[in-house]
Write a new protein. Structure first.
Length: 148
């Protein structure tokens, strides 16, 4: 004999239909899958693309700066860097002015891969923008930024 749940099923339906966190998570997963599929021929994920792009700057950023930009902790960033380092796409090195800091930079191969990935990202992003309609992507970005 099964017991009735502690809250009514109608509450479960209400949360399913109204929970912003659930809707954002579902949308993020669907969006990530779309970009992952598009970038698969280059053997990178959307997360790796974002990480590589975050290193595309004039000066090599610190681990902390990249972790902050990507909203991840340093441990997660270190784990995400390992496969990119093994592929020779990224270098991690000690800051020559402060031996406590580790800095990150794209290698030449990393830069070439990023240049190859960018048109794929642009095409995929344009398709998403089109699905969101005029000003939809801008409105969504603004709304998401307001939550952070």
């Amino acid at each position: 004999m099964s017991k009735s749940p502690p809250i009514p099923f109608s509450t479960t339906i209400f949360v399913r239909d109204t929970c912003l966190c659930l809707h954002v998570q579902r949308a993020a997963r669907a969006l990530a899958r779309q970009f992952d599929d598009a970038l698969r021929p280059l053997d990178i994920t959307n997360g790796q693309f974002s990480l590589l792009m975050s290193l595309n700057r004039p000066e090599a950023p610190s681990m902390s700066a990249v972790a902050s930009l990507l909203a991840m902790d340093r441990t997660t960033l270190t784990a995400a860097l390992k496969p990119l380092e093994r592929r020779g796409l990224v270098e991690v090195f000690v800051d020559p002015n402060d031996r406590r800091l580790r800095r990150l930079r794209l290698t030449a191969d990393g830069g070439r891969l990023l240049a190859e990935a960018l048109p794929i990202w642009k095409e995929t992003h344009a398709a998403v923008d089109e699905r969101l309609g005029e000003h939809g992507a801008d409105r969504l970005r603004a709304d998401l930024l307001a939550l952070t």
